[in-house]
Design a protein around this ligand. Structure first.
Ligand code: ZN
Length: 168
């Protein structure tokens, strides 16, 4: 695990700073109880507006990371492998993916974010959904839609995201 962490993160031990190797942005670790408390408060104050807040935050991050990974990994399979490994190294869970010319299907049996929202009758991983939207806006361009078709927060065994470009 330590090696995987160092593949993705640069540690400035003396300064107590961590940077992402590709984006060069400073990273922090966050306790999941704090994240859950934040989600609960966002839901309480903004109701469905929370979905947009999380989606937009994810989308900005997704575009940023894929733009930087494009320089390093030109091949689509290598890039997907890198991104899935990055998610695992960040403690987000295990991700499987099938890539098609006009999109992808991404699944996770244990994505952390599904456990960090209150149970819901509809899929609720808006941060991850935004990340995939940001990634695929860069890869396939305008007209790409991301749907979460199964979600552990609403009782499914896995989270599943379907990404599709309408013009292909
Ligand atoms: Zn989910």
């Amino acid at each position: 695990m330590a090696q995987i962490l160092e593949l993705h993160y640069r540690f400035e031990n003396q300064r107590g700073e961590i940077y992402h190797r590709l984006t060069n942005q400073r990273e922090i670790m966050m306790n999941t109880n704090s994240w859950f408390a934040m989600m609960r408060e966002l839901r309480r104050r903004f109701t469905t507006g929370m979905d947009t807040i999380l989606f937009n935050a994810g989308e900005a991050f997704g575009s940023d990371i894929v733009e930087n990974s494009t320089k390093e990994y030109a091949n689509m399979q290598e890039r997907a492998h890198f991104l899935a490994q990055f998610a695992s190294a960040s403690g987000w869970g295990h991700f499987d993916y099938k890539i098609f010319p006009d999109g992808a299907i991404i699944t996770s049996p244990n994505n952390a974010f599904a456990d960090l929202v209150e149970k819901s009758s509809t899929p609720s991983c808006f941060f991850l959904k935004g990340i995939f939207q940001g990634i695929y806006n860069v890869i396939l361009g305008e007209g790409t839609t991301v749907n979460e078709t199964m979600c552990r927060s609403s009782g499914d065994p896995i989270c599943q995201f379907e990404i599709k470009h309408k013009l292909h």
